[in-house]
Design a protein around this ligand. Structure first.
Ligand SMILES: Cc1cc2nc3c(=O)[nH]c(=O)nc-3n(C[C@H](O)[C@H](O)[C@H](O)COP(=O)(O)OP(=O)(O)OC[C@H]3O[C@@H](n4cnc5c(N)ncnc54)[C@H](O)[C@@H]3O)c2cc1C
Length: 500
């Protein structure tokens, strides 16, 4: 197994449960990938995912390994889910209560309640077809994707999520509130299929949760399951290439020159990295370098992690998750995704785990991260972050001071900044993308790099760059797809005896 992201860890657990002897090779010194954490002066910074949806996905994963998820992870339901604030001072609080949501819609735009109720129905229908029907199913045979096309056509999957929101509500703020979710998995709402309305249903029915200790605590619990299965995670073990003999993957060569042989190789590295780097010496038919260059990639992220001293009693109206929407929505998306330009304005997501989780910050202090979507590094004339980072951070600081956390700059204690260049170097992410290949309709299901490699026998893919795609429920589900494709291993004792 190459990579100990949530996708790789889930896959190792599934393979362990099937009796496979698994070695996870991770180039970092910790598990979790984007879901890992760093610690500074008593602050824990959850580096990436903060919103845990679809808890049933984890419960089912643990159960498949004969374990109880709730005994290993302390998952807390959040209520409300998050708040969106607009520059005109208006705001919207999202929660699991349909009545409360209708009231929020009515408060902003009374004429849009009917349209909102239609959107809820849209979301439910898309959840049944798109989530229940596809997410955990293998999609590497064209037929599996083709047979859902009639339902997709009926549901107008060709229409974007923003197009659907536009058709249902008139208020620009509500259009944003109903369509921004794909940004959390790297998709441009102007192009991502309206099937992603299913996320609104997922949130409503299964809630929004936070794991005490952050997603890193979930990743740590996954590592313990893997070790209890008798398997292992090796850190600072960067795969340099997948070893191929007679057209079949037979192992992995590490950057230090060591070769590890295996009956099958699973890559949780980004699919772009897997094909362009790890299979660089192998002739590829589908995922060639020019094809990967033409692929639409998710956006990059500028993330500023910081601690503030003695602020726990401040900003009482700022909860766990806040979206500070900028003055422009579609035009900003155009700058980020199409023009590849670093805009003057910004929309921010602010994470404040210390209001839910006392382990996130020293007593009385706060831990935050603020995230701004920015262009990835693959655009013509990419942003040089070694030059731009300080100036951009200053703009983020000003926006936060003015819009959300007045006076916070005076309380700053520790900080760390990640730019797309950090993502490129830390996670070996092509173009420093936040979420791998963008989830457009023609880059999803069969059209995405397959879970069972099209290029080499014996190679499998899990994680954000394969089916079903990015986001924790997606990458953990990719491991379930994998387990449907890989047979049970021979019982280990028999294998050992056979080897002797
Ligand atoms: C800032 C941010 C916020 C997010 N928020 C949310 C959220 O709230 N909710 C949600 O559901 N999702 C969220 N996501 C998305 C989610 O975190 C990711 O889609 C998911 O964690 C990706 O998991 P993965 O297993 O595919 O890959 P990764 O987490 O990228 O893991 C891949 C691992 O492989 C390792 N690796 C790569 N190449 C090699 C190699 N050659 N040799 C050895 N190791 C290698 C990397 O070091 C890494 O550890 C967020 C993502 C980010 C970045």
């Amino acid at each position: 197994m190459i990579g100990a992201g949530l996708g790789g860890l889930a896959a190792a657990m599934r393979l362990g449960a099937k009796g496979w002897d698994v070695t996870v090779l991770e180039h970092l010194d910790t598990v979790g990938g984007r879901g890992s954490a760093i610690h500074k002066d008593g602050h824990r910074f959850d580096l990436g995912p903060t919103i845990v949806t679809a808890p049933q996905v984890y419960r089912e994963l643990w159960a498949a390994c004969g374990r109880d998820f709730d005994a290993d992870v302390d998952l807390r339901a959040l209520d409300p889910f998050y708040e969106i604030r607009w520059p005109d001072g208006s705001h919207f609080t999202a929660s699991g209560s349909t009545e409360a949501m209708i009231e929020e819609v009515r408060r902003l735009s009374p004429g849009d309640v009917k349209g909102y109720l239609r959107f809820l129905k849209d979301a439910h229908r898309r959840y049944v077809v798109g989530y229940e029907g596809m997410v955990a199913e293998p999609m590497h045979r064209f037929w599996d994707t083709a047979k859902v096309i009639p339902e997709f056509a009926l549901l107008r999957a060709d229409r974007s999520i923003l197009g659907l929101a536009r058709a249902r509500v008139k208020d620009e703020r509500l259009r944003m509130a109903l369509s921004f979710h794909p940004l959390f998995i790297g998709g441009d709402p102007r192009h991502v299929t309206s099937m992603y309305a299913l996320v609104s249903h997922l949130e409503k029915d299964y809630g929004v949760h936070y794991a005490i200790g952050g997603v890193a605590a979930m990743a740590g619990a996954m590592k313990r399951v893997i070790e209890n299965q008798g398997n292992r995670v090796r850190f600072r073990a960067e795969a340099d290439k997948i070893v191929i003999e007679n057209g079949r993957a037979v192992g992995v060569r590490l950057a230090n020159g060591e070769t590890i042989r295996a009956d099958l190789v699973v890559s949780n590295a980004d699919s772009g990295h897997t094909y362009n780097r790890l299979l660089r010496n192998h002739r590829r038919h589908r995922w060639t370098t020019p094809r990967l260059k033409r692929t639409k990639w998710s956006m990059g992220l500028f993330v500023w992690y910081f601690g503030t001293k003695g602020t726990r009693d401040r900003w009482k109206d700022v909860g766990h998750h806040t979206i500070v929407s900028g003055p422009r929505y579609e035009a900003l998306l155009d700058d980020i995704f199409t023009k590849g330009r670093l805009a003057e304005d910004m929309s921010l997501y602010v994470h404040r785990p210390s209001v839910t989780d006392p382990t996130a910050a020293p007593e009385g202090d706060d831990t935050f991260y603020v995230l701004s979507p920015v262009p990835h590094l693959g655009h013509e004339d990419p942003v040089d972050w070694s030059v731009m980072a300080d100036a951009y951070q200053e703009k983020v600081r000003k926006t936060l001071e003015e819009r959300l956390l007045p006076g916070f700059s005076e309380h700053l204690s520790v900080e760390e900044v990640f730019t797309p260049e950090t993502f490129r170097d830390r996670y070996l992410s092509p173009y420093g993308c936040g979420f791998s290949i963008e989830p457009r309709i023609l880059q999803s299901a069969w059209f995405r790099p397959h879970n069972v490699s099209e290029e080499v026998d014996g190679l499998y893919l899990v994680g954000a760059g394969t089916h079903p795609g990015a986001g924790l429920p997606g990458v953990v589900s990719s491991a379930l797809v994998l387990s449907k494709l890989v047979p049970d291993a021979a019982p280990r004792e028999e294998m050992k005896m056979a080897a002797e």
